[in-house]
Design a protein around this ligand. Structure first.
Ligand code: FE2
Length: 344
């Protein structure tokens, strides 16, 4: 763990004299915290563990609610760091935005060690994810389709693009270790079409695979109808309905997976490990990362607490006239990996 985290902090550009704060809550991730501090000290940085109390109100999994809320001294301290290792889950919060605005880089780490090892990032992953970011920033339109009947178009340009490749060496930049995709959000009212989910697509909120087709009709950025012959359509509909919030039906971020080390089948072999999160599912090579719910992280105003990440397989995807994915495979030469060579 010490060796791997030292390599990770080297990728993050940690230098002697920098201040690395490891942010934890209660007794969570204590081994990771100790190993990150040992690695930071080994690289000559100053380091300590800022440990908060989580409490019921700030349970894991509730987005934008975390134990930093209302703790001004802790927030002020974090804003003085060079790098914050976030094992609390600040994502989607005002506090995270404030820390980044102070020039602090933030690295979120909330997967168990075997996943950090398995999906460990590389400079080549960074290059390909940043290439995807550049393409998304200049595109006017994103469209994806599938043989199952998916055909949906996003108008782009209103929202920024965020890259996640698993380390961060630039002041004020956030990243998530491990990961491997870029994403943006369709313009307000600018997403129309149909998404047909197929067996093998993933419902991340439930950590399970779709077993029966689900048809989502989308008009002006909102899901207006959910149908399907099996149980999955009902599961999705009743889950979203339970939030009693019409904004839960909004189409959220969109992008595609580029990490060839991430595994589509991960849940089927690690179901017994509740500690594992969903980074394999979000990042696996060639998935279309389709999602519903909030858009706060991209600067939007939808802060619904209902968020569904729905990685889709076997899709074709275009940015304007440039094809990126063909039947779930990355065909663009700048983002493609020679999987046979990578496996050797
Ligand atoms: Fe998401």
């Amino acid at each position: 763990m010490f060796e791997l985290f030292t390599r990770e902090l080297e990728l993050c550009g940690v230098k002697p004299g920098e201040d690395v704060i490891v942010l934890t809550a209660d007794d969570e991730w204590q081994e990771h915290a100790q190993a990150f501090m040992a690695a930071a000290a080994h690289l000559g940085a100053n380091t300590f563990n800022l440990n908060l109390r989580r409490g019921q109100r700030n349970a894991v999994g509730v987005q934008g609610r975390h134990p930093l809320v209302g703790n001004q001294l802790a927030l002020t301290t974090l804003k003085c760091a060079s790098l914050v290792i976030d094992m609390v889950g600040l994502l989607f919060s005002r506090e995270q935005a404030e820390i980044q605005a102070a020039g602090v880089r933030i690295l979120r780490v909330m997967e168990p060690f075997h996943v950090l090892q398995q999906m460990f990032p590389t400079q080549d992953l960074r290059r390909r994810v940043e290439y995807a970011k550049c393409l998304l920033e200049s595109a006017k339109q994103l469209r994806f389709t599938s043989d199952a009947g998916t055909d949906i178009t996003y108008q782009l340009g209103q929202y920024p693009v965020i890259s996640e490749y698993g380390f961060t060496a630039e002041a004020g930049r956030w990243d998530h270790f491990p990961s491997g995709f870029s994403f943006t959000q369709g313009n307000d009212g600018g997403v129309d079409g149909v998404v047909v989910m197929q067996p093998g697509d993933i419902l991340c909120a439930f950590k399970q695979y779709v077993q029966s087709p689900v048809i989502l009709q989308i008009r002006k950025g909102y899901v207006v109808d959910i149908s399907g012959s099996g149980m999955d359509a009902e599961l999705i509909r009743s889950y979203i309905d339970s939030f009693n919030d019409p904004r839960a039906y909004a189409v959220s971020h969109i992008g595609w997976g580029l990490n060839e080390k991430a595994r589509w089948y991960q849940f089927s072999v690690t179901r017994q490990l509740p500690i594992e999160h969903v980074m394999n599912a979000l990042s696996f090579y060639g998935n279309v990362l389709f999602s519903l719910g909030p858009n706060l992280e991209l600067g939007g105003t939808n802060d619904t607490a209902c968020h569904l990440d729905l990685p889709l397989r076997n899709c074709n995807l275009w940015l304007d006239d440039v094809q990126i994915l063909k039947n779930g495979d990355v065909i663009h030469p700048e983002m493609r990996v020679d999987l046979a060579a990578a496996a050797m």
